[in-house]
Ligand binder design. Structure first.
Ligand SMILES: Cc1ncc(COP(=O)(O)O)c(C=O)c1O
Length: 544
């Protein structure tokens, strides 16, 4: 054998396993752009912006003149209704928009960008409210809305519950004020309750869910001495760079593998690589596997889908658990959103799967901002006595702030009362029945709208190909239903909705859908498909 052949064989023996691992990784990515962070970022930077003029706005689907006119009339009449019902709220929002960057962003991304300028100019929505009680919020004009925003998931038990937590909590800690560093005695009780709820050994406090996830991942890297984290395609874990490797973050993807959710190829990657520190699970993804947050800004057609199968997702989590145990990968449940919503013991209890670390946030602060990590004690340690200089640093000025701890303490006390515990009884059945009722009503009325749900978190989707579904959020608003800026993709019900409350919400949906229909917004050309809509948008982008 020549020396050259030997060298070639040597190189191949070295390179082939690396190439195979790389190939396995590619095969474990979801084929959509969401599954390819690097490419998605590139595409996002290429896509040109454009906006519809008045004529195109009402007939971008080549609607006949009559339909376009119907839409135009309906649009301006709705604009007038909103303006006359909410003048003070709208005026204050107009002033604030110039100087609150967040408002500019949410205002621009309520609807698909082509429609956004005309919508912003005319369909004005108030961003200010004066009070919240029961299941309602009231704006500056005294108009009451059913609250379907759930305060981004914080509001699990109803507005009054959190008012009580905050009030009683601040009474509890008032002698400490804002003294930081030393703890209020209620902290010890919080920690012991959290240990029992999570079934884990130690607890650390942070100021937001994003920070809690950052800390959990940092600890997993420290203890495993591995760099990479795994998140599943589409999952949100806060806005820190490593968990948001795609569009939205100016930095290129770093040590993050975005794998396909509920797929054998992903298990294979977990089983065969040795550089994975942790796997992050956001249980909410079970409702829209491998897709990003279902915001109405991307409701350009009707291809959005959602569904949830508890048994299948449970089996998947058990598989992930098994592989993580085999490979010493830290399994982190990110329960910042879903914690305390599905069951008292959260997703761990609901799916019957134990994690190595769990992050909580949102509702756990009893209305105040918080992030919490619970974990096995060997994973939570931030130092190694044998290597004293090699620490895993994490601090935060406001961590364990007395008022947050006070409010959390009342939250955790109330959680143990019969009143709260009884809310969890038959919870899934209750919300599933409501979803069935909703879908039956939509079908009976012939509306192309359906709901999918994971308990009290709902996602709406549309059954007919149409470019104007995003209009529904404005009709819902005019019928007294408050949605968050992501629109109909996510409704979050607090658990204090009674059957009668739900029935009232449903009736308003029916009325709003009637107006959508009468306004010609559900109309679409008979030959239209979602594929054709996408093709139309491509043409608009590059050839008009
Ligand atoms: C699953 C999950 N993780 C982390 C976060 C980030 O939490 P925060 O907004 O408190 O930083 C969120 C927020 O929506 C979330 O849903």
């Amino acid at each position: 054998m020549t020396a050259q052949l030997l060298i070639t064989l040597g190189v191949l023996a070295f390179a082939l396993p690396i190439a195979k691992k790389r190939l396995d990784l590619s095969r474990a990515k979801h084929p959509s752009l969401t599954g390819h962070s690097r490419m998605a970022k590139r595409v996002a930077s290429w896509l040109p912006g454009y906006e519809f003029n008045q004529e195109k706005f009402f007939a971008c689907d080549d609607a006949p003149k009559l339909i376009a006119q119907q839409r135009e009339n309906s649009f301006y009449s709705l604009a007038q209704t909103l303006q006359s019902k909410h003048p003070l709220s709208i005026a204050m929002t107009g002033q604030a928009r110039e100087i609150i960057s967040d408002l500019q962003f949410t205002g621009a991304y309520r609807v698909p960008f082509q429609f956004s300028p005309i919508v912003r100019e005319n369909l004005k929505v108030g961003a200010f409210i004066q009070s919240a009680d029961g299941i309602y919020v009231t704006d500056l004009d005294g108009q009451r809305f059913f609250d379907l925003t759930g305060s981004y998931g914080v509001n699990v038990f109803g507005a009054d519950f959190y008012k009580a937590c905050m009030h009683e909590g601040s009474e509890k800690v008032k002698n400490l004020g804002a003294t930081l560093g030393a703890y209020h005695p209620c902290v010890l009780d919080n920690v012991s309750k959290l240990k029992s709820i999570s079934g884990l050994d130690e607890v650390s406090f942070h100021m937001s869910g994003t920070e809690a996830v950052m800390q959990a991942v940092r600890l997993a890297r420290y203890h495993t001495q591995r760099k990479n984290l795994v998140r599943f395609c589409g999952a949100y874990h806060g806005w820190w760079e490593d968990v948001q490797p795609g569009p939205g973050n100016p930095m290129p993807p770093r040590e993050t593998y975005t794998l396909r959710d509920m797929h054998a190829n992903s298990l294979h990657v977990l089983r065969t690589r040795n550089d994975i520190a942790c796997v992050l699970i956001n249980p909410l993804q079970a409702l829209h596997l491998n897709q990003g947050a279902p915001a109405d800004s991307s409701l350009v057609d009707s291809s959005r889908k959602a569904s949830f199968e508890r048994q299948t997702y449970t089996a998947w989590l058990k598989d992930v658990r098994r592989v993580c145990t085999e490979k010493g990968i830290v399994l982190i449940f990110d329960e910042v959103f879903m914690g305390f919503r599905l069951a008292k013991g959260g997703a761990q209890e609901y799916f019957g799967v134990k994690a190595d670390m769990v992050t909580y946030g949102k509702t756990l602060g009893g209305g105040l901002p918080v992030g919490v990590v619970c974990g096995r004690s060997d994973l939570m340690k931030r130092f190694r006595p044998s290597r004293p200089a090699d620490v895993c640093f994490a601090r935060g000025t406001f961590n364990a702030h007395p008022h947050v701890m006070g409010s959390m303490s009342v939250f955790l006390e109330k959680l143990e009362t019969q009143e709260c515990l009884s809310v969890y009884e038959g919870l899934d059945e209750r919300w599933n029945e409501r979803r069935i009722k909703f879908n039956e009503s939509m079908a009976q009325n012939g509306f192309p709208l359906r709901a999918a749900n994971m308990s009290s978190v709902w996602s709406l989707y549309y059954t007919e190909p149409c470019r104007y579904n995003w209009m529904l959020q404005y009709f819902l608003r005019s019928h007294g239903l408050a949605l968050s800026w992501v629109g109909t993709g996510r409704l979050i019900f607090s658990l204090n909705y009674s059957d009668a409350d739900f029935q009232a919400v449903l009736s308003r949906f029916v009325s709003a859908c009637h107006e959508m229909e009468e306004g010609g917004w559900f109309w679409h050309p008979p030959q239209m498909t979602n594929k054709l809509i996408k093709r139309q948008i491509f043409k608009e982008m590059f050839f008009q």
